[in-house]
Design a protein around this ligand. Sequence first.
Ligand SMILES: O=C(O)CCC(=O)C(=O)O
Ligand SMILES: [Fe+2]
Length: 352
Amino acid sequence: MEGDETSSSFPMGDTAQERGLSQVPECYVIPTSHRPSLNPETADVPVIDLVGFQDSSSRRSITVDDIGNACRRYGFFQITNHGIDQFVLDGALSSAFDFFRLPTEEKSKFMSNDVHKPVRYGTSLKDGVDKIQFWRVFLKHYAYPLEDWVMSWPENPPAYREHMGRYAVEVRKLALEIMGAITESLGIGAKYLSNKMEEGMQVMAVNCYPPCPQPGLVLGLPSHSDYSCFTILLQSTTGLEILDTEDGKWRAAPELKGTLQVHVGDHVEVLSNGRYKSVVHRATLHKERTRISIASLHSLGMDEKMETAEELVDEEHPKGYKESSFRDFLNFLAKNDIAEGKGFIETLRIQY
Ligand SMILES: O=C(O)CCC(=O)C(=O)O
Ligand SMILES: [Fe+2]
């Protein structure tokens, strides 16, 4: 996720029982108005089948329309037949589980609260006595080009680099296809960003949410949108919730084995001049289960500014956003706590 710092206070252990906790410490308890429902409604979000997407132009144009409609209505959709084998998905999830099961000393080698670091491990959000903590540990690493970064990923568990690396390569290929479909659906052509995306960034946020004795009082991640063009999420079980902007309700993303979830991020909102809005989402917790999610965030290069497409600006739709790069986002993150105050996208909106 896009806003976090480390703290050493997170109670680690694989189960709540192991950690000996029957109640969550006060610093994790969130205000009543932000507490999640223990039985959330399931979001009725589109499931888009990518079968034949690249092979037939009539199939492609239906899929592109579906993707455009999903981005406009929800900023979110799920994909099936995306071409990534189940064993690749399972390998990534199990290597993530195995990493988080390592002793704390091993994981702490990567501990840092410097948001500019390409590989870092952390817990919760910003440190601080008065701040609410969130029930999550994470490992974040850059992933493209893989050969530049993989040697700085964890050596343990021994299969981590191979399994996570294989998933990273496949999900990036998929991401380039999805970016093409998104720009095509905006009417600016499938190749509009392809050169810049070829040179773009891929950041993987590997999230672990240990079981929580009181999941109704705590969140794994607070409400936020991702800075990326879009994020592709792989989850081991339910827990992701999205905010429906039509009725202001939080709903759970459904669990469909083998599907991947696509979140529109801030940079596609900017590109599209607000036709597609970045989806506001959060992560909830389970009482007995550890949940893993792997968010692959795709954006332009570190210093490449994302601008609103000129083709999407006219008298009726004046330019609504300032340009920004991934580095601009990191600089924002270094100074702001996303659990409080404004999100990055709000700093980009132009007020007339
Ligand atoms: O764990 C999840 O479902 C969401 C993760 C997320 O939002 C993020 O890493 O940005
Ligand atoms: Fe996110």
